[in-house]
Write a protein that binds this ligand. Sequence first.
Ligand code: 5GP
Ligand code: MG
Ligand code: MG
Length: 198
Amino acid sequence: MSQWDMNNDIERVLYSEDDIAEAAKRVGTELAADYEGRTPVIISVLKGAVLWTVDVMRYMQYAEVEFIDVSSYHGGIASSGEVDLIVDLQTDIAGRDVIIMEDIVDTGRSLKFMMALLEQRGAKSIKVASLLDKKEGRVVDANVDYVGFDVPKAFVVGYGLDYKQLYRNLPYVGVLKQAVYDPEHADLVDTTDITPEH
Ligand code: 5GP
Ligand code: MG
Ligand code: MG
């Protein structure tokens, strides 16, 4: 096997490509039923939720899709709690049924920020469909309505989720090897200012 292989950086696979395909079908089918007769606006959260969004929406009927990007700042190993809007929606969502599609909800801060923003802009209803729900990480009130998987408190990558912008294109979700972010093994990746935030 070539050394130039992202799979070598993964400690263990939590959710396989097949597991994820099944979850996308389950959630998409449920959304199709729940939104029958309505045309929701799917709000996909960049960049992590893109793969999940396109897989789930294939099972839905009439739906628009929009993108948003928010960033929560992390000082060292803990989230500071500050959230910023990086990329805004390109459409008016007043009076619309919106579905936020997330890759993972951890502390809940990003989600809480987006919910407040969408409420303030007059969304008629807001639901959340997340690939992963890391419930143990929650520090603010944030509820996920449609869940792919309840994930244990570990730092995961793949299927949209990154470490230093890498691994998003792995077809599965897995736990990164410690060596990848351990400064003593800096030969694997550039780890200069990196500690996983979660
Ligand atoms: P929250 O605002 O809920 O704390 O964090 C949400 C964001 O933190 C996610 O959208 C994601 O970008 C990042 N995050 C939280 N947990 C993980 C994880 O285990 N792996 C990766 N790659 N990102 C995570
Ligand atoms: Mg995200
Ligand atoms: Mg990230």
